[in-house]
Design a protein around this ligand. Structure first.
Ligand SMILES: C[S@@+](CC[C@H](N)C(=O)[O-])C[C@H]1O[C@@H](n2cnc3c(N)ncnc32)[C@H](O)[C@@H]1O
Length: 202
């Protein structure tokens, strides 16, 4: 689904959904996975990086519940998941609270008339820029070439985000990747670094 103006007020402010110590000065770096599905990537990352905190954001209640169950089963204290719309969630989070935002295989909405529903557009980039710390990373991954081109175009209008020069980490697969492993799926990765504070759109 796209960036519907779904209020998160029914869920409380997203700041309330994060453990309070996660937002305190000196807290471990926060990573956000927007559209985390059933949490495969989120949980693998939380296991791999116990010294970092992970917030998953997912629209669908059933997937959120499945992710929560996995987090509980593994006794993870550095992962939480919120049922929320991704753009609204970022807009509800405090400024400069995150080191990484991952957007992995967002719904491509390939029909031209549906393109407006895509999550990654100017307003989303602006919200991501606000939430990222300086030098924080926004990682956009899609297998849809047309969406990748549209993402690149949107980024061109965003002076506060530049292609990251730093070496990328090796990441665990997501549910989507696992499902299509073995098939010829191109992967377009756009890794962007927050280069200035202030507004993102030039
Ligand atoms: C194609 S799946 C990819 C899931 C996962 N990132 C992966 O790579 O396996 C897209 C996911 O994003 C969720 N989603 C779609 N639109 C969203 C939005 N606006 N905010 C939050 N989650 C959204 C969907 O429910 C779905 O779980």
């Amino acid at each position: 689904m796209g960036p519907f103006p779904m209020a998160i007020s029914t869920l409380g402010s997203l700041g309330d959904l994060l453990p309070v110590p996660w937002l305190e000065a000196g807290a471990p770096p926060l990573e956000i996975d927007v559209g985390c599905h059933k949490g495969l990537f989120l949980i693998d990352m939380a296991l791999r990086f116990p010294e970092r905190n992970f917030l998953g954001i997912e629209l669908q209640a059933e997937r959120v519940e499945k992710t929560r169950r996995k987090i509980r089963r593994r006794g993870l204290v550095n992962a939480v998941v919120a049922q929320a719309e991704g753009l609204a969630a970022l807009e509800g989070l405090p400024r400069e609270c995150a080191a990484y935002i991952h957007v992995l295989f967002p719904d491509p909405w390939p029909k031209r008339r549906h393109n407006v529903r895509r999550l990654v557009q100017g307003r989303f980039l602006e919200a991501a820029h606000r939430v990222l710390e300086t030098e924080g990373i926004l990682r956009l991954v899609t297998d849809d070439r047309d969406y990748a081109v549209a993402m690149e175009k949107a980024v061109e209008n965003c002076s506060g985000l530049a292609r990251s020069e730093s070496e990328s980490r090796i990441y665990p697969p997501t549910e989507f990747q696992k499902k299509f492993s073995g098939e010829a799926h191109a992967m377009h990765v756009l890794e962007l670094e927050k280069v200035v504070s202030g507004t993102s759109l030039s």
